[in-house]
Design a protein around this ligand. Structure first.
Ligand SMILES: Nc1ncnc2c1ncn2[C@@H]1O[C@H](COP(=O)(O)OP(=O)(O)OP(=O)(O)O)[C@@H](O)[C@H]1O
Length: 571
């Protein structure tokens, strides 16, 4: 769902808001009418009882106006909340997906907040008052055309000021927003890497970089505020002038024109204020309207035509037949990361992926679990295109251990249970931990499975994090498992457990892909895929590939030797 679709689904809200706004504004005529009645009828008749009755009637009208106004405000708030709640999930899914493609817009949630605040606050309210400007002007015209002309003149000046404000501030405002985000992002990175900053004495360097961006933000914000301040002062002056002009003109009319009473004079000056108040509201809400317009357009762009957002087909658990077909992958057109990768695996086979640094192994792993979308070709599991298989439908049958473990704040058990209900699935959590060889390590932690691992697992060692991430990959007995450099932080003992686990998985019929620089990990592999500079150099049974690599001792050649084979060797 895009913002446009959501807003269009909220038509009912707009209908009721229009009705409420109509009635509230109608009641706004009550006070000028009261003043006119008091001046022209009560004061001339000197009747106390009339004054009392009229006062009570108008007080009742004001009470109704107050109640309606409060209901209208609630309706605005409800509209904002409804739009927010309908867009929250698609925006969350989208930014997660785009982040994974390396082009994420993590500020989309801020955009959603801006849309919500505009819809539930003064911004939209001002828009609903605009249609009332001509009505008030018509009433003024009925009093005397000169009064209407003064209000029109003032409105034109105020509109011109609003336009001028936009012209002289929008560029700076945009720049200020951009620099503020850049400055916050940089601060986030500095805090994240605080250890390195401290250890390598980088404080001064990073501080000066951050200050530079932050100063640019402050400067743009200062210019914007200064200009807005000037416009506000001029608008205030125009308002005061209007007031005096209105009073003066009305007094002139009372003196010189037959039929214009002092009641009309008071009522018309009040009405004039009422007529320009929507313009002042628009002026006040202009900035939030501009931000709303930007955010709305950004979210519309982000959410439209996202095929993956459709509810994916729910498949039965896959058997594990993998086919990678004419795979092409690039993040930007100038740089191909993978090209022409073609291979098949039967369920229960183990594939070892080797290749030099930067040859595309991790990218292939990500494509195989549906994180990246192929630029061409496909990755299919049991014949179904993995990328189009909805994440929640497919993910539960997949095990994936990324190079950086990517743990979440929470307990060990929650992390193993993929941040789901760990305590409802204790047996599964423990079983996954045991299979990953993590159980004993976890029991030695201060609170065992309940141990809080800290932000991104910073309370665990590298090896402990990897074991927890491995257990998470095995949680739910997946049928297809991709392990990207699973032994980076593991000691010899844990590595033996890893090998035994791979053997068990194979015996159970699960399909396993291991990306590794380390030949010893691939001794149980059925097939080996060799990548070099994004191309498939070789693919085939392990023994054959080892022979082609000139190996005799039963282990695969070190990755550093592989590029020397060149890219011309096809599988
Ligand atoms: N998000 C990204 N943005 C830009 N380039 C990327 C991105 N991810 C990967 N690459 C590029 O794609 C190429 C392959 O990277 P990949 O991580 O797949 O290699 P690898 O074989 O796993 O390397 P290593 O063994 O060092 O982990 C590299 O040249 C890398 O710079």
């Amino acid at each position: 769902m895009t913002p446009r679709e959501v807003v269009s689904n909220c038509r009912g809200f707009f209908f009721y808001l229009a009705i409420f706004s109509f009635v509230v504004n109608l009641f706004a005529l009550a006070t000028p009418l009261y003043m006119m009645t008091v001046f022209d009828r009560v004061l001339t008749s000197r009747s106390n009882s009339t004054l009392m009755v009229i006062t009570l009637i108008f007080m009742f009208a004001l009470a109704i106006q107050a109640v309606l106004e409060s209901l209208r405000s609630r309706l605005f708030k409800q509209l904002g909340d409804t739009i927010y709640s309908k867009l929250r999930q698609p925006v969350f899914d989208t930014i997660l997906r785009f982040k994974r493609q390396g082009e994420g817009d993590k500020h989309a949630m801020e955009d959603l907040d801006i849309i919500k605040n505009f819809m539930s606050g003064v911004g939209l309210k001002a828009a609903f008052e605009i249609p009332w400007i001509p009505v008030f002007l018509l009433v003024l015209w009925a009093f005397h055309p000169a009064l209407c002309m003064i209000a029109v003149g003032t409105s034109v000046v105020l509109f011109a000021l609003t336009w001028l404000e936009d012209v002289i501030t929008s560029k700076n405002q945009k720049e200020a927003n951009l620099k503020q985000r850049e400055s916050n992002d940089l601060m986030g990175h500095i805090l994240k890497n605080a250890e390195v900053v401290g250890a390598l004495a980088m404080q001064e360097n990073v501080q000066s970089r951050w200050s530079k961006v932050n100063d640019q933000y402050l400067e743009q914000a200062r210019i914007t505020l200064q200009r807005v301040g000037t416009i506000i002062s001029v608008s205030f002056f125009v308002k005061q002038v209007l007031h005096i002009l209105a009073m003066g003109t009305a007094a002139y009319l009372v003196i010189n024109v037959q039929g214009v009473t002092s009641g009309v004079m008071i009522a018309s000056t009040m009405l004039m204020g009422r007529a320009i108040s929507p313009i002042l509201n628009v002026l006040g809400a202009w900035r939030s309207f501009l931000n709303f317009r930007l955010s709305y357009a950004r979210l519309e762009e982000l959410l439209k035509d996202r095929l993956w957002m459709n509810e994916g087909l729910r498949h039965a658990p896959p058997e594990g037949h993998l086919s990678v077909e004419s795979l092409l992958f690039f993040l930007d057109r100038d740089r191909t990361i993978l090209n022409g990768v073609n291979f098949k695996l039967e369920a229960g086979e183990v594939l070892g992926v080797i290749g030099s640094s930067g040859s595309g192994k991790s990218s292939l792993a990500r494509l195989m679990v549906g994180i990246y979308q192929p630029s061409d070709g496909s990755v299919r599991l049991d014949g179904a295109d993995i990328f189009h298989w909805a994440q929640h439908g497919l993910g539960e049958h997949i095990g994936y251990l990324p190079q950086e473990q990517q743990l979440f704040p929470g307990s060990v058990a929650e992390n193993i249970a993929r941040m789901g209900d760990a305590y409802g699935k204790v047996a599964d959590v423990v079983q996954a931990a045991k299979r990953a060889g993590a159980h004993d390590m976890i029991l030695r932690l201060p609170k065992g499975y309940d141990t809080d691992i800290g932000v991104a697992g910073n309370k665990l060692s590298g090896g402990q994090r990897q074991l927890v991430a491995f257990a998470r990959a095995l949680f739910g007995r997946p049928r297809f498992i991709v392990l990207d450099e699973p032994n980076t932080f593991l000691d010899g003992q844990s590595e033996l457990v890893l090998l035994a686990t791979v053997r068990d998985l194979k015996a159970e019929g699960a399909t396993v892909v291991i990306v590794s620089h380390k030949p010893s990990l691939l001794q149980d592999a059925d097939k080996i895929l060799v990548l070099g500079q994004g191309k498939q150099l070789m693919f085939g049974p392990r023994e054959e590939i080892m022979r082609r690599l000139g190996h005799v001792s039963g282990v695969v050649a070190p990755a550093s030797e592989i590029p020397a084979l060149g890219s011309g060797i096809a599988a």
